[in-house]
Ligand binder design. Sequence first.
Ligand SMILES: Cc1ncc(COP(=O)(O)O)c(C=O)c1O
Length: 438
Amino acid sequence: MAIDVTARSARHTALLEDADRYLPGGAFGLFRLPDEVRFVPREGRGSKLYDVDGREYVDYLLGSGPLILGHAHPAVVQAVSEQAARGSHFYLPSKPAIRLAEELSRAAPCAEQVRFVGSGSEATFFALRLARAFTGRDKILKFEGGYHGVGDYAQYSTAPHGPVDYPLAHPESAGIPRVLDEQVLIAPFNDLETTTRLIAEHAAELAAVIVEPLQRSIPPAPGFLPGLRAASREHGVLLVLDEVVTGFRLAWGGAQEHYGVECDVAAYGKALSGGYPLAAVAGRRDVMALCDPRRSGSTDYAVISGTLSGNPLAAAAGLATLAELRQPGVYERLHAVGNSLRDGLAEVGRKVGLPLHAPGEGPVFAPVIGEGEIADARDLARADARATYRFGVELVREGILFTPGSKMYISTAHTDADVDRTLVAAERALARVVADPS
Ligand SMILES: Cc1ncc(COP(=O)(O)O)c(C=O)c1O
């Protein structure tokens, strides 16, 4: 049964009105559910979310990805409760934070040392600062369509703008100093030839290449990431992998393990702390050494700090999350559940007569309506964005939650029954898109 929003309780409606009164756009950031399916969550359990009226959603939003074990996993709840009883914050490296750094260091080949920060945006921002401090160069190269959070350097060309004009960078936000336009170079994802040429041409000023190894939902072409590694190494440019989404999600060792690529520095967030606020910059010891506070006062000291960085509650949640993810078969299952949903969505598309597919990987992918292969941001932009978004909204109406037009995240809590229920809902949702394409 589709959700009837006109049946919202008066209390629920009043909460949404208050959200609009006190929060800009009634939102926390980029994301606001369309009015017709907006709701206030009351609680989450496993793969399900419940709104304040008690309606149930199968949750593929998962807090924008971090909840890789689903909501309120008992081991995470216990670890956080035990830590809370011992103190919520110290501003000194606590045992859970030291152990979490050790785990990350063991999991990711590049992660000889770790600096905890508060968010994925901070992690990418500080990774780039480290690269500039290390190389003594100022510019960075990112890919068109790549998302690295909300920092000034990251908010360039997160989507294509007009005709191809690489390496020109287009700011996506008001308030970014225009001097930065010159500091960011844009290259096409999965186009090794163009990227290698840009790296070579700008090498003298280029500190880092930053890349989402799985760019949004677009997998890297064979040879693309190793090619970036080789070109950056050849020119003394650091390769920064943004593993905020892929870390501990595609594999225990993230994209570095899954795609077999090396890097100098990586940014982590989301799954690393299982839904509690913590992220990390991790990298080669000689690069990370630049943020050692004992260097303070020297010209190559790169400041990376934050009051709540390495928070012990979040670190305890992270450790408990990683302990679950380390169990045998976890990643096989995440991939299998996600891939059965991806295949099922494509099948529903064939049945209903729309080219629905789901580029990505089992644990994270995005339903897209459109013809043809998707290798870069321009291919993605050619898909039917309107129908894709509309399908997402109709799915939420059916009680299947994710960001319409964007990604679906899989958790260890999702069951085969969740997948079946989602596919039944998808057929109804897609049929409504066909019946009324407006
Ligand atoms: C690949 C990637 N990098 C960085 C970020 C920024 O992380 P945060 O939202 O925690 O600042 C995100 C957030 O979605 C992301 O997807």
